[in-house]
Design a binder for this molecule. Sequence first.
Ligand SMILES: O=P(O)(O)OC[C@H]1O[C@](O)(COP(=O)(O)O)[C@@H](O)[C@@H]1O
Ligand SMILES: [Mg+2]
Ligand SMILES: [Mg+2]
Length: 338
Amino acid sequence: MDHEADAFRTDLMTITRFVLNEQSKYPESRGDFSILLSHIVLGCKFVCAAVNKAGLAKLIGLAGETNGEEQKKLDVLSNEVFVKALVSSGRTCILVSEEDEEAIIVEPSKRGKYCVVFDPLDGSSNIDCGVSIGTIFGIYMIKDSGAARLEDVLQPGKNMVAAGYCMYGSSCTLVLSTGSGVNGFTLDPSLGEFILTHPDIKIPKKGKIYSVNEGNAKNWDGPTAQFVEKCKFPKDGSPAKSLRYIGSMVADVHRTLLYGGVFLYPADKKSPNGKLRVLYEVFPMSFLMEQAGGQSFTGKERALDLVPKKIHERSPIFLGSYDDVEEIKALYAAEEKA
Ligand SMILES: O=P(O)(O)OC[C@H]1O[C@](O)(COP(=O)(O)O)[C@@H](O)[C@@H]1O
Ligand SMILES: [Mg+2]
Ligand SMILES: [Mg+2]
């Protein structure tokens, strides 16, 4: 029996312990954020289990419903899981999900002071082939949850109090920032606990990878085409960058955060505002990137300074290593001057 107990490491930093430690830094805190996050974590565990057995449980394929785009069964299931988890936390007042046309205003008796914007299942085009997908979330805190209004979520991303994503890949990894750095936790399936495995993530200042759907190249604007050309054929004697593109923002951004480089989904003639949604894709990923020492740019401004007018608004995005994004900003500035 003794050898079993040895396995129990008292220093095991689970995400729950981590968040409670963070909370203890704010003596006035009532624990609302920790409770909210524990419900998000539960949602991620539930969706992770569903993703792992998607093929077995007939969760592959279309749901036969749309949100303006064809919804996959796992899109619908993940959305139901997170809406239920967030409302049952009793800590939210407004929810914005990619899968719901309208914002969800939580009934007054179940309200709390947080607004949560989320993409319940990111990378839908990769579900049926079992390639890494994920969940993305951002959290705002509002003063008066009693009077919760849509305007309370149409705020700049820099006003968020926390952001994160959970990647369902070869392992299940939850990456979180509460505004003081970025930490990564890996789900230990035997314990059912997220364990701190990537403390204080810092993105390399410059990377060797660029990540973009080159299939759209013929429709790109000048600065984007020039930047990708520089990645492939650098004129300063530096080695060419490698192209890596999974087609799931969570997975492409996760790799960028750990290895460095740049992920971009630019505007193009076909999609003048790009493809990715400001509130629940661009903002959370930009918040994490800045917290890890990188940066995020729209082609015009710092992504977190954007003020969205609609909940499903899209924006071009260039995010990643500080120096790589600086290069892109310089190309757009030069075009502006020209
Ligand atoms: O197939 P494309 O045009 O390269 O787009 C891929 C992008 O679209 C997305 O799948 C959009 O997100 P959803 O899957 O949540 O709709 C991103 O994850 C990904 O970065
Ligand atoms: Mg998405
Ligand atoms: Mg999605």
